[in-house]
Design a protein around this ligand. Sequence first.
Ligand SMILES: [Zn+2]
Length: 224
Amino acid sequence: MRVLRSALLEKYSGLIHGFVHDPGGPDLSKISSVHGLEGILTVNQIHGNSVFFADCAAEEELAEADSIVTRRRGVGVGIVTADCVPVLLCFPDSGCVCAVHAGWRGTFLRVVKSCLAAVCEKYSLRAQDAVAAIGPAIGRCCYEVRDDVASQFVSRFGRGDWIFEKGDGKFLLDLVEFNRMELCDAGVSEIETMDMCTCCRDLPSYRRDGSGTDKMISFVGISP
Ligand SMILES: [Zn+2]
């Protein structure tokens, strides 16, 4: 099991987190017990921008959402990815943690801003009190998209340091940078990007290995 950690989140002793590649897994009960958590809650990810608040006891069925939030101590929230961008968003002083899944569709739907806004409203928190770690995801080195995707982004957001034209109707899209900018723009106080490309750094990658690829789990919880 390979576990990567954010130096930023490690500064907060009350947070437990990891970006995990558990080959053949992820085995959530093993990963949670290794980290001293009761469990890791997940959602049925649908490439949207809705938020699931996991504040009550376990539900029978997985909720459909792309952000999962909790304030329960000792329970982690996680999302699974293989190239998509995992974002762990934490309010260390208020004991609230979120895991967000941002592929290109979620990024286009501004999933991290949706999560931040929903959490701030529900719990009366401020974005300035949040810190975020953006985990391993496909980098702009490898994330080539065609004009159909690129043109949707450009027509909605204009151009920026997150899209690069290669010619022949091909573009490189930097989803990590886009999501970093969104968090920064929303006022999140500190943001760390891991800068590890899943496709060229031997982590689970749909682009490289297709649908049979392993998946990473990125999780965060508040220590019991
Ligand atoms: Zn790469």
